[in-house]
Design a binder for this molecule. Structure first.
Ligand SMILES: [Zn+2]
Length: 409
């Protein structure tokens, strides 16, 4: 038996007036997803335990069969693993977004973090990885120390490691404070002064950086600030091989899911053409998945594009991302998987990211469990969406049970 987990990051949403009261999953044309839901078990799953933030880390760990409350210290250590940055037991990793702040008087000349600086874009205009790399390199040269180091990741997602650092800090995810003054969302708690000083010093380095001058000239928002959040020390996770006796690989354009997969004992597959945006290289991902399944039991494919469109408030982009996934990834997979023999697919959202809110929510999300080939049992006309999933009245309160069901003998 081969197992495929398809993680539709942030695909779930709410009904939207522009889509005639439908959700993006309802509005998108998804014949392949509909095939899974007609012939599989459709339901809702609660991926965010009470009291947790519906982060990418918490919700994916839940789907992978872990108790996030026990195993999750924060998303940044996973990001570190995805970047091959080893953490010592006393190191604290922080996610370091390159962001765009705007002064409330207009313009990008932000000299101070506070009530007069507005979070315009948590992704600095989805900055290109090569430009970002240069900025992070210069930041590390100028404000990095023996204690604090910066590492470049993909697009706007980067990493800071603070040796023997503080971690009991509340730091807001930048995607949750879009268009808000940043003053009251700055890091609070032990070590807040160090973090704020680093963020202030970064303003200086980035303000007149050539990359930002060029970006502004090209009409793009400058990456004129960093935002530190999502911190944690290295977690300890039992591996999937030990827990379920399965081997597997993780396919993702992003460092965080890749690192999370590594912590779970999956092999990380590097993909040159994958960007995490809607132009994601689906053909390459399908090919890589099939290669993994030749020698391993399981492949976990993380799909970022719908979540990114949601954070950008891009409704049509979200619908398009879902359709592209269905056409260019799920379709080819369903053609090829039967050649490998029996297989099961778990397609799930990790959390909802409603376009209208542009941030994650903790509500239960759709999942479908499908077994093929030749196990089709039509459950009637229904789609992979929030409304049809709720109508089935199948509700999985404890998300980690899904993994057991996927891998049952
Ligand atoms: Zn997100």
């Amino acid at each position: 038996m081969k197992y495929v987990i398809l993680m539709g990051d942030g695909m779930a949403d709410h009904p939207v007036a522009e889509l005639n009261g439908q959700t993006p999953l309802q509005a998108a044309k998804t014949p392949n997803l509909n095939y899974l839901t007609r012939n599989g078990e459709l339901g809702l799953v609660k991926t965010t335990p009470d009291g947790c933030y519906p982060g990418s880390d918490v919700t994916q760990l839940a789907i992978l069969g872990y108790d996030p409350k026990k195993h999750c210290t924060g998303p940044a250590p996973f990001e570190a693993a995805g970047l091959d940055v080893a953490l010592n037991p006393d190191d604290v990793a922080y996610r370091c977004n390159l962001v765009t702040l705007r002064a409330d008087t207009g313009g990008y000349d932000v000299k101070k973090l506070g009530p007069h600086a507005i979070m315009e874009d948590f992704s600095a205009g989805q900055i290109d990885s090569l430009e970002a790399k240069e900025l992070i390199y210069d930041l590390n040269e100028q404000i990095g120390t023996e204690v604090v180091q910066f590492y470049a990741g993909v697009s706007y997602r980067h990493l800071m490691v603070w040796a023997e650092g503080k971690h009991r800090i509340s730091a807001s995810p930048p995607q949750d404070i879009t268009a808000k003054p940043v003053g009251e969302y700055l890091p609070k708690g032990e070590g807040e002064k160090v973090l704020r000083a680093l963020m202030e010093a970064a303003l200086e380095v980035l303000r007149d950086h050539q990359i930002n001058i060029d970006r502004k000239e090209a009409g793009k928002p400058p990456a004129n600030a960093i935002w530190l959040w999502g911190q944690g020390k290295a977690p300890k996770l039992p591996k999937l091989t030990e827990r379920y006796g399965v081997s597997g690989g993780i396919i993702s354009a992003l460092d965080l899911p890749r690192g999370l997969g590594l912590y779970c004992g999956l092999d990380a597959v590097k993909l040159p053409g994958a960007t995490g945006y809607a132009d994601a290289n689906y053909a390459g991902k399908v090919e890589a998945a099939l290669v993994e399944l030749k020698t391993k039991d399981l492949v976990y494919i993380h799909l970022e594009a719908a979540d990114d469109a949601s954070h950008q408030g891009d409704l049509q982009g979200k619908v398009k991302a879902i359709e592209l996934f269905d056409e260019q990834m799920l379709g080819p997979l369903l053609k090829e998987l039967p050649k490998l023999g029996s297989y099961r697919i778990l397609m799930a959202c990790n959390h909802a990211t409603p376009v209208a809110l542009r941030q994650h929510t903790a509500e239960a999300v759709p999942y479908v469990l499908f077994e093929g080939p030749g196990k089709e049992k039509t459950g009637g006309e229904r789609g992979f969406n929030e409304v049809d999933a709720k109508a089935t009245r199948v509700y999985v309160e404890d998300a980690k049970k899904l993994m057991g069901r996927l891998l049952r003998k």
